[in-house]
Design a protein around this ligand. Structure first.
Ligand code: PRP
Ligand code: HPA
Length: 178
């Protein structure tokens, strides 16, 4: 019964002024370290996708790997690491995406998905949506069907979830911090 009362939001730590003054950093390490919260978060993330024949989970480095592996296991799906540039050993495709300040680059192996394969994108948090947008474009460019994107945390004021929905990709988030 007490597990039903658990509020996932309360298991996420807020760090004031990190990494810069004025920013409140939402730290999910406290959720991950709480066995019931971690299980609950994974169960809730996958809930709409059981039975949707997801072939592969794409997890975004670094925190999307932690969740994506658990989600892949639960959905009996494969796992695709979407990595920061320079980490993958085989032939890759890469994309530059916008951050709050400046740009960065993510990449996946060219043979990570087959054309038409149904992929679910997973990360811990969506803020501006720049990272997720880059990942959706990379995977779509390889011929994947990106069925949806899911995140534990949404920062709705930054508009990322809506940005991904405008790409035609449904978005699931569990906790919102405005
Ligand atoms: C964080 C977070 C997401 C991304 C969200 O990762 O885990 O991947 O930022 O931001 P956005 O919606 O504005 O793109 P970060 O870039 O800090 O990388 P890390 O996980 O390697 O620390
Ligand atoms: N927490 C974790 N990752 C982030 C955040 C945050 O508050 N904002 C942008 N990326």
């Amino acid at each position: 019964p007490e597990s039903h009362a658990m509020n996932l939001a309360d298991t996420i730590r807020a760090i004031p002024d990190y990494p810069k003054p004025g920013i409140t950093f939402r730290d999910i390490t406290t959720l991950l370290g709480d066995a019931r919260a971690f299980r609950r978060a994974v169960d809730e993330l996958v809930q709409p996708f059981a039975g949707l024949k997801i072939a592969k989970i794409a997890g975004i480095e670094a925190r999307g790997f932690i969740l994506g592996g658990a989600v892949a296991h639960q959905l009996s799906a494969g796992f695709i690491p979407v990595r920061k540039k320079g980490k993958l050993p085989h032939e890759t495709v890469s994309i530059t995406y916008s951050l709050e300040y400046g740009t960065d680059e993510i990449e996946v192996h060219k043979d990570a998905v087959k054309r038409g394969e149904r992929v679910l994108l997973v990360d811990d948090l969506i803020a501006t949506g720049g990272t997720a947008e880059g990942a959706v474009n990379l995977l779509s460019g390889l011929g994947a069907e990106v069925v949806a994107a899911c995140f534990i945390v949404d920062l709705p004021d930054l508009g990322g979830a809506d940005k991904i929905r405008r790409l035609g990709v449904p978005v699931r988030t569990l906790v919102s911090f405005a």
